[in-house]
Design a protein around this ligand. Structure first.
Ligand code: PMP
Length: 368
């Protein structure tokens, strides 16, 4: 056998395109509006900040590795069984743990064409094969997913609502997807934006998890709770899945500051309600105002919008991105999602939202 001259990663690792996060700064601009990572413009609850500060006094000690108090608080809030909850360093870690527990070389992980990129990275990192189902109107197509299930399929990932499209499928469709899957396939419902959705036919699907042996739901404190910097997420799952994840996760995978802030954030319903109300006001406003400028906006139920630009070098998404960032308005390019002519815009403060619309109008008009 040929012995390499230096340590080599497992086959496939170097074929992964690393996740490139949304930008956070623009060169030479005084005031920056970060509208690139779907964070809340309201920030975290003041109670969460106070809890984080108090917890900072104790960082010489390991955190509670079982996240018992946080799991109990989540269980009480949603009426769940705390033994079926696993917490993680963001839902990203939970998605990765799930993938590593259920997918290995020769196995397939299935997701939708414009599905969240972390699924692909996690599947490849686990040595598995990503399988992609086409979408209709930038929306998950349940039949297309079901048509691609094979004996090798181990996990199906569904972001509902999805990032970066902002689209969702009704709960009836989620149930149809679940009903069409063989029992050995794990269905992962990624509900990172669930709190924002205001649609009668939507449900995050916690009840489906509670009554199934092959459904997991991931949730996050990064979006509506405004704790993205702390890295905190949780997932609800059957006991046998929790058992598998608890065997492979790091023994102290969530830090003590995140645990305490999460408990405090969860108790502040008024703060969450304010974030929802802000979004309900500004998501439609942004959609309307941007459409008035002649751009196409994908109807979104999240706290962000996908804005489509003409296929024109001077008025295209890349030019718009540069124009906006020169004004300190940082949006998210989504070329990695196969959407080179679109930018994703997070709903920001009233000020930021107005500035974006003004900047887009100037951009399309061709002024500086
Ligand atoms: N799922 C979806 C659909 C997301 O958009 C994000 C955030 N980009 C995540 C999961 C991961 O969020 P976090 O790791 O911060 O919980």
């Amino acid at each position: 056998a040929i012995v390499p001259a230096r340590p080599e990663p497992r086959p496939g690792v170097l074929t992964i395109d690393a996740y490139v996060p949304g930008k956070s700064a623009a060169a030479g601009v005084e005031k920056v509006y970060k509208l690139s990572s779907n964070e809340t413009p309201l920030g975290p609850s003041p109670h969460a900040i106070a809890a984080a500060q108090a917890a900072a006094e104790q960082i010489a000690y390991y955190p509670d590795g079982a996240a018992t108090r946080l799991r109990n608080a989540i269980a009480a809030k949603y009426g769940l069984d705390a033994n079926r909850i696993v917490c993680g360093a963001g839902s990203d870690e939970l998605l990765s743990l799930i993938t590593h527990a259920y997918i290995g070389p020769g196995d397939e992980g299935l997701y939708s064409e414009h599905g969240f990129l972390v699924y692909r990275i996690a599947i490849l990192a686990a040595g598995g094969t990503p399988v992609v189902a086409p979408e209709k109107n930038l929306t998950t197509d349940v039949d297309a997913l079901l048509a691609r299930v094979t004996e090798r399929t181990k996990v199906v990932f569904l972001a509902n609502p999805n990032n970066p499209t902002g689209t969702y499928i009704p709960f009836d469709e989620v149930k149809r997807l679940h009903a069409g899957l063989p029992p050995h396939v794990l269905l992962v419902l990624d509900a990172a934006y669930a709190e924002y959705v205001r649609r009668n036919d939507y449900a995050s699907g916690l009840e489906l998890v509670a009554t199934s042996e092959n459904v997991v739901m991931t949730r996050t404190f990064s979006k509506i709770y405004g704790l993205a910097g702390l890295r905190l997420g949780w997932a609800y799952m059957p006991t046998h899945v929790a058992d598998a994840l608890n065997r492979i996760r790091g023994p102290f995978n969530v830090g003590s500051i995140a645990l305490e802030a999460g408990i405090a954030a969860l108790a502040d319903d008024a703060h969450v309600a304010a974030a929802v109300a802000h979004n309900e006001e500004w998501l439609p406003w942004l959609t309307r105002e941007i459409e008035k400028l002649g751009l196409t906006v994908t109807p979104s139920v999240g706290n962000f919008l996908l804005v489509h630009f003409p296929e024109d070098e001077k008025r295209g998404a890349r030019a718009a991105d540069a124009f906006l960032s020169a004004r300190g308005l940082i949006l998210r390019g989504v070329t990695a999602y196969g959407l080179p002519n679109a930018l994703r815009l997070t709903v920001g403060t009233a000020e930021a939202n107005r500035l974006v619309v003004e900047a887009l109008a100037d951009f399309l008009r061709g002024s500086d």
